[in-house]
Design a protein around this ligand. Structure first.
Ligand code: KG4
Ligand code: ZN
Length: 335
C-alpha cells in the first residue's frame, strides 16, 4: 500500500504523544506533557514510566478520534525504540507491540534522533539532500549529515553534556524551575549578551563539550553571590543573555565549520533547543551569508512529539522496514 495510515507513539522521555499520518500527511499530534517532574528539578524516570502508563490509552484514543478513524483503519503501528529512558520507552514499545499483534498489522520502530530530523518533512519547505542538521535537545547535541530520508551520518557530537542539559543545569543554579531552557531564553531576550564572559571549551573537529561552561558558571555564581547576595536577583537578564550567547556561539562555530568543510549550504536544526530564540536569530544571520538555506521546524515539532515519529514511520513503511514483534527498546541507540 503506497498511502498508508499509521499510528505513531512517542514515550522516550517526559512527553506521552500519539499522532496519525495518512498518505505522508501528519493529521494530528497529541501531546500530554508530564508536570510531575517540575518539583524535582528534572525528569524522574520512575515517575515518567508511570505517567506514560496513565496517559497512553487516552492520548492514542484522542489521536484516532481527531483523525476521524478507528484502529481498524490503521495499516501499521510505529513507536520510538530509542534512545531515551528505558522504563519510559518500554511503555510505548509494549503498547505498540500489543496493538500491532492484536490488529495483525506491521510494527515500525523509529530512532528518536532520526525522527527529530525528519520532522522537517512534515511541513513545507523541505530541505534538499544532502543537508546538515544541528540536532540539539536535552539529551543530544549532534551535527548530522543527512544524505537521504533514512541515511544519516553523525559528523560531530558532544563529548559530555548536551546543550539542553547545559541550559537546564545552569537554570537550576539560578533557582529556575525545570526545564529551565525556555526560561533562560525568556530572560535573555531583555539582557545584554556581553555583560559577562564565559570561556568557550575548544574541541577538535566538529565535536562539542558543554561540561566546562557549566562548571565555570557554577564558580561565577558562587564568587559573585559571595560579594553580593542579591547578584542573581539584580542581574538575571544579563546573566541569562550572556550564558545563552556563549552556548549558542559554541554551536554556531561548529555548524559554520561543518558547512564550510562539506560545502553544504542546506542547513536545518532540530530538537528542543531549536525553539531557542537566540539560536533562531543566529541561524537567520547565517542564512544571510553565502546563499545558505536555513530550515527551522514548526514549534510543536521541535520538542518531543509523535508527529515526527509518524513522519519517520511513513518513510520506513514505504521501504518495508518493519520490526519483529519481539523487538525491545534501547536506551542507547545509534543513528
Ligand atoms: O527534544 P526535547 O524536547 O527532549 C529531548 O529529547 O531531550 O528537548 C528538551 C530540551 C530541554 O533541555 C529544554 O530546556 C530545551 O530543550 N529547550 C530550550 C528551549 N525550549 C526547550 N532550551 C533553550 N531555549 C528554549 N527556548
Ligand atoms: Zn527529543
Amino acid at each position: 500500500k503506497m498511502n498508508p495510515t499509521i499510528l505513531a507513539i512517542e514515550s522516550s522521555c517526559d512527553e506521552t504523544s500519539a499522532a496519525i499520518i495518512k498518505n505522508g500527511k501528519v493529521l494530528n499530534n497529541i501531546i500530554a506533557t508530564q508536570s510531575v517532574h517540575k518539583k524535582y528539578g528534572g525528569v524522574v524516570p520512575e515517575l515518567a514510566s508511570r505517567a506514560h502508563q496513565q496517559n497512553i490509552v487516552p492520548v492514542v484514543q484522542e489521536a484516532l478520534d481527531a483523525a476521524g478513524i478507528t484502529k481498524k483503519d490503521l495499516d501499521a503501528i510505529a513507536f520510538t525504540r530509542g534512545p531515551g529512558l528505558l522504563g519510559a520507552l518500554l511503555v510505548g514499545t509494549s503498547f505498540a507491540k500489543s496493538m500491532a499483534m492484536g490488529l495483525d498489522i506491521p510494527l515500525i520502530e523509529v530512532n528518536h534522533m532520526q525522527a527529530h530530523i525528519l520532522a522537517h518533512f512534515i511541513d513545507q519547505p523541505h530541505p534538499r539532500f544532502p543537508f546538515l542538521c544541528l540536532t540539539v535537545s536535552g539529551g543530544h547535541t549532534q551535527i548530522v549529515l543527512v544524505k537521504d530520508y533514512l541515511e544519516m551520518e553523525v559528523i560531530g557530537e558532544t563529548q559530555d553534556d548536551a546543550v539542553g542539559e547545559a541550559f537546564d543545569k545552569s537554570a537550576k543554579l539560578l533557582d529556575l524551575p525545570y526545564p529551565g531552557g525556555p526560561l533562560i531564553d525568556k530572560y535573555a531576550q531583555n539582557g545584554n549578551p556581553e555583560a559577562f564572559v564565559f570561556p568557550d571549551t575548544e574541541m577538535p573537529g566538529l565535536n562539542f563539550s558543554f561540561s566546562g561552561i557549566k562548571t565555570a558558571f557554577l564558580y561565577f555564581l558562587r564568587d559573585n553571590k559571595a560579594k553580593d547576595p542579591k547578584f542573581v536577583e539584580n542581574n538575571m537578564e544579563d546573566i541569562c543573555a550572556s550564558l545563552q550567547y556563549s552556548l549558542i556561539r559554541m554551536l554556531m562555530q561548529k555548524l559554520k565549520r561543518a558547512s564550510n568543510e562539506t560545502g553544504i549550504r542546506e542547513i536545518a536544526i532540530a530538537g528542543g533547543v531549536s525553539a531557542n530564540s537566540g539560536l533562531r536569530h543566529e541561524l537567520q544571520r547565517l542564512a544571510g551569508e553565502r546563499q545558505r538555506h536555513i530550515y527551522i521546524p514548526d514549534f510543536q515539532y521541535c520538542t518531543d512529539n509523535a508527529g515526527m515519529i509518524a513522519m519517520a514511520a511513513h518513510y520506513k513503511y514505504l521501504n518495508k522496514e518493519f520490526s519483529p514483534l519481539d523487538v525491545s527498546p534501547m536506551a542507547r541507540m545509534k543513528m
